[in-house]
Design a binder for this molecule. Structure first.
Ligand code: C2E
Ligand code: MG
Ligand code: MG
Ligand code: MG
Length: 276
């Protein structure tokens, strides 16, 4: 009995694996054409200043809507983009589109907002990355000090010797740097004092548990204190409730991002709602 059950199970798993292989193949082949087919777009999620309750900045988040696959999450396709050598091109699209959209927002609004852009490790070490970024900033006449690049901790263990000079050069241009998904990677503390960072983003997984788990609550409180110690802006991502917001405010977290305030919005909705 158990043998036939096992057989049935492995048939089931094989089918699942088959489906996954097919999907991966489709994602790969369709992703190569996504830019040409104009299937990529950006959403912008507001980051709210805790002190003023006003929008301080937005994070650009890439969206892919494919004719066959439908919407595919960046969590699923960014890795593929890195693997098949498409991340630089996709990154260029994100940088150009985001700067152009927020340039327009700021032209039309009384107070300028900041722009955060996610950057993959492979993208950052591409030799053309810096020249393209500074060319885009210059040609769109954008204030570089309004830009924050979000990098993840994993970038740092990969090749610090290669990464550090690039980060320093970015800072020389006036661009700010944020450590995304903070607390999920390796030995974060070592880097905070040594890297030219401006900001840390506390990972959503901590915010999820901050009200239900005392240890997580202490951890979040400590991360914010560490950020303050190093003179870094602290951002909490994935804030979904007023209770989470109130707690983070009591710890003097600087910026709040999450569904409690807003979802990532298409640029037209962002403009309608937030241009003052
Ligand atoms: P991330 O940079 O940590 O972005 C935060 C993610 O949390 C976003 O998912 C956002 O939609 C989601 N989120 C924000 N607030 C809430 C909330 O209150 N509750 C919940 N459950 N989720 C919330 P998204 O847009 O699916 O992006 C996933 C990841 O993909 C990003 O994580 C980032 O690592 C990557 N990514 C997105 N856009 C880009 C891009 O243009 N370039 C690169 N290299 N990576 C990107
Ligand atoms: Mg991010
Ligand atoms: Mg994050
Ligand atoms: Mg993430």
């Amino acid at each position: 009995k158990s043998k036939s059950l096992q057989k049935g199970r492995s048939l089931f798993f094989n089918q699942q694996i088959d489906e996954q292989v097919k999907r991966d193949f489709l994602i790969e082949s369709e992703l190569r054409l996504a830019l040409l087919e104009k299937e990529l777009s950006l959403n912008y999620q507001p980051q709210i200043c805790v002190k003023t309750s006003k929008i301080a900045s937005v994070e650009a988040l890439v969206r892919w809507n494919n004719k066959t696959l439908g919407p595919v999450s960046p969590d699923e396709f960014i890795q593929t983009a890195e693997d098949i050598g498409m991340i630089f091109e996709i990154g260029c699209f994100v940088i150009e589109q985001a700067i152009s959209d927020i340039k327009q927002f700021n032209n039309n609004s009384i107070s300028a907002i900041q722009l955060s852009i996610n950057i993959s490790p492979k993208q950052l070490i591409e030799p053309e990355f810096l020249p393209h970024l500074s060319k885009t900033i210059t040609s769109l006449d954008f204030d570089a000090s309004l830009i924050t690049l979000e990098i993840t901790e994993n970038i740092l263990i990969s090749d610090l010797n290669k990464i550090q000079p690039i980060l320093i050069e970015l800072r020389t241009l006036g661009i700010k740097l944020s450590l995304d998904d903070f607390g999920t990677g390796y030995s974060s503390l070592r880097y905070l004092g040594n890297l030219p960072l401006n900001e840390i983003k506390i990972d959503r997984s901590f915010i999820d548990k901050v009200l239900v788990n005392n240890q997580t609550e202490s951890l979040v409180k400590t991360i914010i204190a560490i950020g303050q110690f190093y003179d870094l802006t602290t951002v909490a991502e994935g804030v979904e409730t007023k209770e989470q917001f109130d707690l983070l405010r009591s710890y003097q977290c600087d910026l709040i991002q999450g569904y409690y305030f807003d979802k990532p919005l298409p640029v037209a909705a962002l403009n309608d709602k937030y241009i003052t």
